[in-house]
Design a protein around this ligand. Structure first.
Ligand code: GLU
Length: 442
Protein backbone atom coordinates (compact mmCIF):
# COMPACT_ATOMS: atom_id res chain seq x y z
CA UNK A 1 0.00 0.00 0.00
CA UNK A 2 1.26 3.39 -0.88
CA UNK A 3 -0.38 6.73 -0.49
CA UNK A 4 1.47 8.00 -3.54
CA UNK A 5 -0.47 5.89 -6.03
CA UNK A 6 -2.23 8.12 -8.56
CA UNK A 7 -4.66 6.77 -11.11
CA UNK A 8 -6.90 8.59 -13.54
CA UNK A 9 -10.02 8.17 -15.58
CA UNK A 10 -9.57 10.10 -18.83
CA UNK A 11 -12.82 10.12 -20.75
CA UNK A 12 -13.64 11.99 -23.88
CA UNK A 13 -17.21 13.22 -23.30
CA UNK A 14 -19.47 12.21 -26.16
CA UNK A 15 -22.91 12.74 -24.65
CA UNK A 16 -23.24 9.13 -23.51
CA UNK A 17 -21.81 7.32 -20.51
CA UNK A 18 -21.04 3.92 -21.91
CA UNK A 19 -20.89 0.92 -19.64
CA UNK A 20 -17.29 0.26 -20.76
CA UNK A 21 -16.21 3.76 -19.76
CA UNK A 22 -18.07 3.48 -16.48
CA UNK A 23 -16.32 0.20 -15.76
CA UNK A 24 -12.91 1.78 -16.52
CA UNK A 25 -13.74 4.64 -14.17
CA UNK A 26 -14.87 2.15 -11.55
CA UNK A 27 -11.71 -0.01 -11.71
CA UNK A 28 -9.55 3.08 -11.34
CA UNK A 29 -11.66 4.25 -8.42
CA UNK A 30 -11.52 0.81 -6.79
CA UNK A 31 -7.77 0.67 -7.14
CA UNK A 32 -7.38 4.16 -5.68
CA UNK A 33 -9.66 3.36 -2.76
CA UNK A 34 -8.02 -0.03 -2.22
CA UNK A 35 -4.53 1.46 -2.06
CA UNK A 36 -5.39 4.73 -0.38
CA UNK A 37 -4.24 6.50 -3.52
CA UNK A 38 -5.63 9.43 -5.51
CA UNK A 39 -8.28 9.17 -8.20
CA UNK A 40 -7.95 11.87 -10.85
CA UNK A 41 -10.63 12.75 -13.38
CA UNK A 42 -9.18 14.26 -16.53
CA UNK A 43 -11.36 15.36 -19.39
CA UNK A 44 -9.90 14.59 -22.80
CA UNK A 45 -11.93 17.20 -24.61
CA UNK A 46 -9.80 18.00 -27.61
CA UNK A 47 -12.69 17.33 -30.00
CA UNK A 48 -14.42 20.71 -29.68
CA UNK A 49 -17.48 19.68 -31.67
CA UNK A 50 -18.47 16.65 -29.64
CA UNK A 51 -17.15 17.57 -26.22
CA UNK A 52 -19.86 20.00 -25.23
CA UNK A 53 -20.92 21.20 -21.81
CA UNK A 54 -23.99 18.95 -22.03
CA UNK A 55 -21.83 15.93 -22.84
CA UNK A 56 -19.68 16.68 -19.80
CA UNK A 57 -22.82 16.85 -17.60
CA UNK A 58 -23.90 13.36 -18.66
CA UNK A 59 -20.53 12.05 -17.63
CA UNK A 60 -20.22 13.85 -14.30
CA UNK A 61 -23.81 13.02 -13.36
CA UNK A 62 -23.24 9.38 -14.25
CA UNK A 63 -20.08 9.23 -12.15
CA UNK A 64 -21.82 10.83 -9.19
CA UNK A 65 -24.83 8.53 -9.57
CA UNK A 66 -22.52 5.53 -9.40
CA UNK A 67 -20.81 7.02 -6.36
CA UNK A 68 -17.44 7.31 -8.08
CA UNK A 69 -16.11 10.40 -6.38
CA UNK A 70 -12.89 11.83 -7.74
CA UNK A 71 -10.18 13.46 -5.65
CA UNK A 72 -8.91 15.83 -8.33
CA UNK A 73 -10.57 17.09 -11.48
CA UNK A 74 -13.50 19.20 -12.69
CA UNK A 75 -15.40 21.02 -9.92
CA UNK A 76 -12.83 19.75 -7.47
CA UNK A 77 -9.55 21.25 -8.61
CA UNK A 78 -6.21 19.93 -7.42
CA UNK A 79 -2.50 20.62 -7.65
CA UNK A 80 -2.00 19.29 -11.16
CA UNK A 81 -4.71 21.08 -13.14
CA UNK A 82 -6.20 22.28 -15.30
CA UNK A 83 -7.99 18.96 -15.71
CA UNK A 84 -9.42 19.73 -19.13
CA UNK A 85 -7.14 19.09 -22.07
CA UNK A 86 -8.70 22.05 -23.85
CA UNK A 87 -7.06 24.27 -21.20
CA UNK A 88 -3.60 22.75 -21.30
CA UNK A 89 -2.20 24.22 -24.48
CA UNK A 90 0.76 25.81 -22.70
CA UNK A 91 1.80 22.49 -21.22
CA UNK A 92 1.64 20.82 -24.63
CA UNK A 93 3.73 23.58 -26.27
CA UNK A 94 6.31 23.27 -23.52
CA UNK A 95 6.54 19.52 -23.92
CA UNK A 96 6.72 19.78 -27.70
CA UNK A 97 9.71 22.07 -27.23
CA UNK A 98 11.39 19.41 -25.08
CA UNK A 99 11.07 16.92 -27.94
CA UNK A 100 12.31 19.46 -30.45
CA UNK A 101 15.32 20.25 -28.27
CA UNK A 102 16.12 16.56 -28.07
CA UNK A 103 15.79 16.16 -31.80
CA UNK A 104 12.77 13.90 -31.39
CA UNK A 105 10.22 16.10 -33.16
CA UNK A 106 10.27 17.45 -36.68
CA UNK A 107 7.91 19.17 -39.13
CA UNK A 108 6.66 17.66 -42.31
CA UNK A 109 3.79 18.79 -44.54
CA UNK A 110 2.57 21.17 -41.84
CA UNK A 111 2.30 18.44 -39.20
CA UNK A 112 4.72 17.69 -36.39
CA UNK A 113 6.09 14.15 -36.26
CA UNK A 114 7.62 12.24 -33.40
CA UNK A 115 10.85 10.47 -34.23
CA UNK A 116 10.62 6.93 -32.86
CA UNK A 117 13.54 5.00 -31.45
CA UNK A 118 12.52 1.86 -33.27
CA UNK A 119 13.50 -0.15 -30.18
CA UNK A 120 11.18 -2.95 -29.05
CA UNK A 121 8.79 -1.59 -26.43
CA UNK A 122 8.17 -3.98 -23.61
CA UNK A 123 5.66 -3.56 -20.83
CA UNK A 124 4.81 -5.82 -17.94
CA UNK A 125 1.10 -5.34 -18.03
CA UNK A 126 -0.54 -6.13 -14.68
CA UNK A 127 -3.28 -8.07 -16.43
CA UNK A 128 -1.94 -9.09 -19.83
CA UNK A 129 1.55 -9.96 -18.66
CA UNK A 130 4.55 -9.16 -20.80
CA UNK A 131 3.61 -7.36 -24.01
CA UNK A 132 6.17 -6.45 -26.63
CA UNK A 133 5.65 -4.29 -29.67
CA UNK A 134 7.92 -2.30 -31.92
CA UNK A 135 6.83 0.93 -33.55
CA UNK A 136 7.94 1.06 -37.12
CA UNK A 137 7.03 4.53 -38.24
CA UNK A 138 7.36 8.04 -36.92
CA UNK A 139 3.93 9.31 -36.00
CA UNK A 140 2.11 12.64 -35.95
CA UNK A 141 1.87 14.44 -32.63
CA UNK A 142 0.49 17.78 -33.87
CA UNK A 143 -1.82 17.97 -36.87
CA UNK A 144 -1.36 20.59 -39.57
CA UNK A 145 -4.18 22.63 -37.98
CA UNK A 146 -2.02 22.89 -34.87
CA UNK A 147 -4.07 20.55 -32.69
CA UNK A 148 -2.21 17.96 -30.64
CA UNK A 149 -2.87 14.24 -31.15
CA UNK A 150 -4.27 11.87 -28.50
CA UNK A 151 -1.05 9.88 -27.89
CA UNK A 152 0.91 13.03 -27.17
CA UNK A 153 -1.56 14.80 -24.86
CA UNK A 154 -2.40 11.58 -23.07
CA UNK A 155 1.23 10.90 -22.20
CA UNK A 156 2.11 14.52 -21.40
CA UNK A 157 -0.86 14.70 -19.03
CA UNK A 158 -0.01 11.42 -17.37
CA UNK A 159 3.54 12.66 -16.82
CA UNK A 160 2.59 16.10 -15.55
CA UNK A 161 -0.26 14.78 -13.41
CA UNK A 162 2.16 12.25 -11.88
CA UNK A 163 0.03 9.26 -12.80
CA UNK A 164 1.59 6.07 -11.47
CA UNK A 165 -0.87 3.48 -12.81
CA UNK A 166 -2.68 3.57 -16.13
CA UNK A 167 -5.77 1.37 -15.94
CA UNK A 168 -7.76 1.43 -19.17
CA UNK A 169 -9.56 -0.62 -21.77
CA UNK A 170 -7.74 -3.26 -23.71
CA UNK A 171 -8.47 -1.37 -26.92
CA UNK A 172 -5.59 0.88 -25.86
CA UNK A 173 -3.07 -1.92 -25.52
CA UNK A 174 -1.88 -1.45 -29.08
CA UNK A 175 -1.28 2.27 -28.42
CA UNK A 176 0.99 1.58 -25.50
CA UNK A 177 4.19 1.20 -27.52
CA UNK A 178 3.69 4.71 -28.88
CA UNK A 179 3.19 5.89 -25.34
CA UNK A 180 6.28 4.23 -23.92
CA UNK A 181 8.30 5.65 -26.84
CA UNK A 182 7.13 9.09 -25.71
CA UNK A 183 7.87 8.44 -22.02
CA UNK A 184 11.39 7.40 -22.95
CA UNK A 185 11.89 10.40 -25.19
CA UNK A 186 10.87 12.72 -22.34
CA UNK A 187 13.14 10.80 -19.95
CA UNK A 188 10.07 10.21 -17.78
CA UNK A 189 9.32 7.10 -15.81
CA UNK A 190 6.67 4.87 -17.36
CA UNK A 191 3.58 4.19 -15.29
CA UNK A 192 2.43 0.69 -14.46
CA UNK A 193 -0.04 -0.43 -17.10
CA UNK A 194 -3.14 -2.54 -16.55
CA UNK A 195 -5.34 -3.15 -19.58
CA UNK A 196 -8.76 -4.41 -18.64
CA UNK A 197 -10.79 -6.79 -20.81
CA UNK A 198 -13.43 -5.64 -23.25
CA UNK A 199 -17.12 -6.01 -22.55
CA UNK A 200 -18.78 -8.16 -25.18
CA UNK A 201 -22.45 -7.94 -25.96
CA UNK A 202 -24.74 -10.60 -24.61
CA UNK A 203 -25.82 -12.04 -27.93
CA UNK A 204 -23.65 -12.54 -30.92
CA UNK A 205 -20.17 -11.24 -31.32
CA UNK A 206 -18.29 -8.12 -30.65
CA UNK A 207 -17.89 -5.27 -28.25
CA UNK A 208 -20.91 -3.76 -26.65
CA UNK A 209 -21.88 -0.69 -28.62
CA UNK A 210 -23.94 2.22 -27.46
CA UNK A 211 -26.95 0.89 -29.34
CA UNK A 212 -27.04 -2.38 -27.39
CA UNK A 213 -29.60 -2.63 -24.63
CA UNK A 214 -28.01 -1.96 -21.25
CA UNK A 215 -25.00 -0.21 -22.77
CA UNK A 216 -25.58 3.23 -21.30
CA UNK A 217 -25.59 4.25 -17.65
CA UNK A 218 -28.43 6.69 -18.43
CA UNK A 219 -30.68 3.70 -19.13
CA UNK A 220 -30.19 2.29 -15.63
CA UNK A 221 -30.79 5.71 -14.11
CA UNK A 222 -34.06 6.06 -15.99
CA UNK A 223 -35.30 2.58 -15.21
CA UNK A 224 -34.87 3.00 -11.50
CA UNK A 225 -32.00 0.58 -10.96
CA UNK A 226 -30.13 1.06 -7.73
CA UNK A 227 -26.79 2.76 -8.33
CA UNK A 228 -25.13 0.45 -5.80
CA UNK A 229 -26.44 -2.55 -7.72
CA UNK A 230 -25.25 -1.24 -11.07
CA UNK A 231 -21.85 -0.57 -9.53
CA UNK A 232 -21.75 -4.06 -8.04
CA UNK A 233 -22.61 -5.53 -11.44
CA UNK A 234 -19.94 -3.45 -13.19
CA UNK A 235 -17.33 -4.71 -10.72
CA UNK A 236 -18.03 -8.22 -11.95
CA UNK A 237 -17.46 -7.32 -15.60
CA UNK A 238 -13.87 -8.45 -15.63
CA UNK A 239 -13.21 -8.87 -11.91
CA UNK A 240 -14.39 -11.48 -9.42
CA UNK A 241 -13.54 -12.47 -5.86
CA UNK A 242 -12.64 -16.03 -6.94
CA UNK A 243 -15.12 -17.76 -4.65
CA UNK A 244 -18.31 -17.24 -6.61
CA UNK A 245 -19.66 -14.36 -4.56
CA UNK A 246 -21.64 -11.89 -6.67
CA UNK A 247 -23.76 -9.68 -4.48
CA UNK A 248 -21.24 -7.79 -2.39
CA UNK A 249 -21.10 -4.56 -0.44
CA UNK A 250 -18.72 -2.09 -2.03
CA UNK A 251 -16.52 -1.95 1.08
CA UNK A 252 -15.76 -5.64 0.63
CA UNK A 253 -14.97 -5.18 -3.04
CA UNK A 254 -12.67 -2.27 -2.26
CA UNK A 255 -10.87 -4.37 0.34
CA UNK A 256 -10.37 -7.25 -2.09
CA UNK A 257 -9.88 -5.52 -5.42
CA UNK A 258 -6.52 -6.01 -7.08
CA UNK A 259 -5.18 -6.78 -10.54
CA UNK A 260 -4.87 -10.48 -9.78
CA UNK A 261 -8.63 -10.69 -9.60
CA UNK A 262 -9.03 -9.15 -13.04
CA UNK A 263 -9.52 -11.67 -15.78
CA UNK A 264 -7.58 -11.63 -19.05
CA UNK A 265 -10.37 -12.86 -21.27
CA UNK A 266 -13.25 -10.69 -22.41
CA UNK A 267 -16.14 -10.04 -20.09
CA UNK A 268 -19.68 -10.74 -21.26
CA UNK A 269 -22.63 -8.52 -20.54
CA UNK A 270 -25.40 -10.42 -18.78
CA UNK A 271 -28.76 -8.74 -18.42
CA UNK A 272 -30.17 -11.42 -16.14
CA UNK A 273 -27.27 -11.09 -13.75
CA UNK A 274 -27.79 -7.34 -13.62
CA UNK A 275 -31.47 -7.82 -12.78
CA UNK A 276 -30.63 -10.42 -10.14
CA UNK A 277 -28.04 -8.22 -8.46
CA UNK A 278 -30.45 -5.30 -8.48
CA UNK A 279 -33.14 -7.43 -6.86
CA UNK A 280 -30.78 -8.61 -4.15
CA UNK A 281 -29.68 -5.06 -3.38
CA UNK A 282 -33.31 -3.92 -3.27
CA UNK A 283 -34.25 -6.63 -0.80
CA UNK A 284 -31.33 -5.66 1.40
CA UNK A 285 -32.39 -2.01 1.68
CA UNK A 286 -33.76 -0.63 4.94
CA UNK A 287 -37.50 -0.11 4.50
CA UNK A 288 -37.19 3.66 4.81
CA UNK A 289 -34.76 3.84 1.88
CA UNK A 290 -36.82 1.40 -0.15
CA UNK A 291 -39.95 3.51 0.38
CA UNK A 292 -38.07 6.70 -0.39
CA UNK A 293 -36.96 5.27 -3.73
CA UNK A 294 -40.33 3.73 -4.53
CA UNK A 295 -42.50 6.78 -3.86
CA UNK A 296 -41.56 8.83 -6.95
CA UNK A 297 -41.87 5.77 -9.18
CA UNK A 298 -45.37 5.04 -7.88
CA UNK A 299 -46.35 8.70 -8.16
CA UNK A 300 -45.03 8.97 -11.70
CA UNK A 301 -47.14 5.96 -12.68
CA UNK A 302 -50.23 7.67 -11.29
CA UNK A 303 -50.68 5.51 -8.20
CA UNK A 304 -52.71 7.73 -5.79
CA UNK A 305 -50.60 7.91 -2.65
CA UNK A 306 -52.13 11.13 -1.34
CA UNK A 307 -53.73 10.60 2.01
CA UNK A 308 -52.79 6.93 2.31
CA UNK A 309 -50.58 7.61 5.29
CA UNK A 310 -46.89 6.93 5.67
CA UNK A 311 -47.41 3.82 7.82
CA UNK A 312 -49.67 2.21 5.25
CA UNK A 313 -47.26 3.02 2.42
CA UNK A 314 -44.36 1.58 4.37
CA UNK A 315 -46.27 -1.57 5.29
CA UNK A 316 -47.14 -2.14 1.63
CA UNK A 317 -43.52 -1.52 0.71
CA UNK A 318 -42.42 -4.21 3.16
CA UNK A 319 -44.62 -6.69 1.33
CA UNK A 320 -43.26 -5.53 -2.01
CA UNK A 321 -39.62 -5.57 -0.95
CA UNK A 322 -39.80 -9.27 -0.18
CA UNK A 323 -40.83 -10.14 -3.73
CA UNK A 324 -39.78 -7.24 -5.91
CA UNK A 325 -37.69 -7.79 -9.02
CA UNK A 326 -37.20 -4.13 -9.93
CA UNK A 327 -38.52 -0.79 -8.73
CA UNK A 328 -40.16 -0.21 -12.11
CA UNK A 329 -42.47 -3.20 -11.52
CA UNK A 330 -43.93 -1.69 -8.31
CA UNK A 331 -46.87 0.26 -9.79
CA UNK A 332 -48.30 -2.93 -11.30
CA UNK A 333 -47.33 -5.04 -8.34
CA UNK A 334 -48.91 -2.99 -5.56
CA UNK A 335 -50.92 -0.20 -7.24
CA UNK A 336 -54.23 -1.76 -6.15
CA UNK A 337 -53.37 -1.21 -2.49
CA UNK A 338 -53.92 2.49 -3.09
CA UNK A 339 -56.58 2.56 -5.79
CA UNK A 340 -60.24 3.30 -4.98
CA UNK A 341 -61.40 0.45 -7.12
CA UNK A 342 -59.96 -2.86 -8.06
CA UNK A 343 -59.40 -3.38 -11.76
CA UNK A 344 -59.62 -7.12 -12.30
CA UNK A 345 -57.45 -8.90 -14.79
CA UNK A 346 -60.03 -10.42 -17.20
CA UNK A 347 -57.96 -13.57 -17.66
CA UNK A 348 -57.91 -14.24 -13.94
CA UNK A 349 -61.63 -13.46 -13.68
CA UNK A 350 -62.41 -15.86 -16.50
CA UNK A 351 -60.37 -18.62 -14.96
CA UNK A 352 -62.07 -18.26 -11.59
CA UNK A 353 -65.55 -17.99 -13.12
CA UNK A 354 -65.02 -21.25 -14.95
CA UNK A 355 -64.82 -23.06 -11.65
CA UNK A 356 -68.45 -22.15 -11.04
CA UNK A 357 -68.18 -21.51 -7.31
CA UNK A 358 -66.79 -17.99 -7.20
CA UNK A 359 -69.91 -16.30 -5.86
CA UNK A 360 -70.23 -18.94 -3.19
CA UNK A 361 -66.61 -18.60 -2.14
CA UNK A 362 -66.86 -14.82 -1.94
CA UNK A 363 -69.94 -15.11 0.25
CA UNK A 364 -68.15 -17.50 2.56
CA UNK A 365 -65.10 -15.27 2.68
CA UNK A 366 -67.15 -12.24 3.60
CA UNK A 367 -68.82 -14.09 6.40
CA UNK A 368 -65.68 -15.69 7.76
CA UNK A 369 -63.59 -12.53 7.61
CA UNK A 370 -66.30 -10.30 9.09
CA UNK A 371 -66.08 -12.48 12.16
CA UNK A 372 -62.38 -11.69 12.62
CA UNK A 373 -62.10 -8.96 15.20
CA UNK A 374 -58.36 -8.99 15.85
CA UNK A 375 -57.20 -8.13 12.31
CA UNK A 376 -53.77 -9.66 12.09
CA UNK A 377 -52.24 -12.41 10.02
CA UNK A 378 -52.74 -15.29 12.47
CA UNK A 379 -56.47 -14.81 13.19
CA UNK A 380 -57.07 -14.20 9.49
CA UNK A 381 -55.35 -17.46 8.71
CA UNK A 382 -57.44 -19.21 11.34
CA UNK A 383 -60.62 -17.91 9.69
CA UNK A 384 -59.47 -19.51 6.44
CA UNK A 385 -58.69 -22.73 8.32
CA UNK A 386 -62.19 -22.75 9.74
CA UNK A 387 -63.69 -22.35 6.28
CA UNK A 388 -61.79 -25.44 5.18
CA UNK A 389 -62.70 -27.44 8.30
CA UNK A 390 -66.41 -26.60 7.91
CA UNK A 391 -66.29 -27.78 4.32
CA UNK A 392 -64.50 -30.96 5.31
CA UNK A 393 -61.30 -29.94 3.51
CA UNK A 394 -57.83 -30.27 4.84
CA UNK A 395 -56.50 -26.94 3.56
CA UNK A 396 -58.25 -23.71 2.61
CA UNK A 397 -56.70 -23.55 -0.87
CA UNK A 398 -60.11 -23.15 -2.53
CA UNK A 399 -60.52 -19.67 -0.95
CA UNK A 400 -57.08 -18.27 -1.68
CA UNK A 401 -57.43 -17.32 -5.36
CA UNK A 402 -60.93 -15.80 -4.88
CA UNK A 403 -59.69 -13.75 -1.94
CA UNK A 404 -56.63 -12.53 -3.81
CA UNK A 405 -58.65 -11.72 -6.89
CA UNK A 406 -61.29 -9.89 -4.87
CA UNK A 407 -58.83 -7.55 -3.15
CA UNK A 408 -56.31 -7.07 -5.96
CA UNK A 409 -57.93 -8.22 -9.19
CA UNK A 410 -54.88 -10.32 -9.84
CA UNK A 411 -53.72 -13.91 -9.75
CA UNK A 412 -50.41 -13.32 -7.97
CA UNK A 413 -48.71 -10.92 -5.61
CA UNK A 414 -47.38 -10.72 -2.07
CA UNK A 415 -48.13 -13.48 0.45
CA UNK A 416 -51.86 -13.48 1.04
CA UNK A 417 -52.20 -13.30 4.83
CA UNK A 418 -49.86 -10.35 5.40
CA UNK A 419 -51.37 -8.73 2.34
CA UNK A 420 -54.89 -8.92 3.79
CA UNK A 421 -53.61 -7.75 7.11
CA UNK A 422 -51.89 -4.69 5.66
CA UNK A 423 -54.86 -3.82 3.48
CA UNK A 424 -57.04 -3.60 6.57
CA UNK A 425 -60.34 -5.12 7.55
CA UNK A 426 -62.65 -2.46 6.12
CA UNK A 427 -60.93 -2.34 2.79
CA UNK A 428 -60.78 -6.11 2.46
CA UNK A 429 -64.44 -6.61 3.31
CA UNK A 430 -65.54 -3.78 1.04
CA UNK A 431 -63.55 -5.25 -1.81
CA UNK A 432 -64.98 -8.71 -1.31
CA UNK A 433 -68.47 -7.24 -1.46
CA UNK A 434 -67.62 -5.23 -4.56
CA UNK A 435 -66.15 -8.31 -6.20
CA UNK A 436 -69.35 -10.24 -5.52
CA UNK A 437 -71.32 -7.44 -7.16
CA UNK A 438 -68.98 -7.44 -10.13
CA UNK A 439 -69.79 -11.02 -10.93
CA UNK A 440 -73.52 -10.75 -10.34
CA UNK A 441 -73.68 -7.82 -12.75
CA UNK A 442 -71.62 -9.71 -15.25
N1 GLU B 1 -9.58 9.44 -23.78
C1 GLU B 1 -9.13 8.09 -23.90
C2 GLU B 1 -10.35 7.19 -23.97
O1 GLU B 1 -11.43 7.62 -23.61
C3 GLU B 1 -8.26 7.76 -22.70
C4 GLU B 1 -7.46 6.53 -22.86
C5 GLU B 1 -6.60 6.28 -21.65
O2 GLU B 1 -7.17 5.97 -20.61
O3 GLU B 1 -5.38 6.39 -21.74
O4 GLU B 1 -10.29 6.09 -24.44
Amino acid sequence: MSASIRVRFAPSPTGFFHIGSARTALFNWLYARHTGGTFVLRIEDTDRERNTEAALRVLLDGMRWLGLDWDEGPEKGGDYGPYFQSQRDDVYREYLQILRDKGRAYDQDGAVFFRISGEPQVIEDQIRGRVERTEEKDFVIFRSDGSPVFHFVNVVDDITMRITHVIRGEDHLSNTSKHTELYNAFGAQEPVFAHIPLILKQEGQGKMSKRDRGALIEEYQEKGFLPAAVRNFLCLLGWNPKDGREVMPIEEIIAEFDFKGVQRGNAKFDEKKMAYINTEHLRGLPIGSFTWLARPILEKAGVPLDGCGEDYLQAVMELARAKVTGLETLPDYVGYFFADEVVADPKVTEKLMKKGDLALRLGELEQALSAVTDWSAAPIEEAFGKLAADAGMEKPFAWFPPARWAVSGLGGGPDLMPMLQVMGRDRVLARIRMAAERITVA
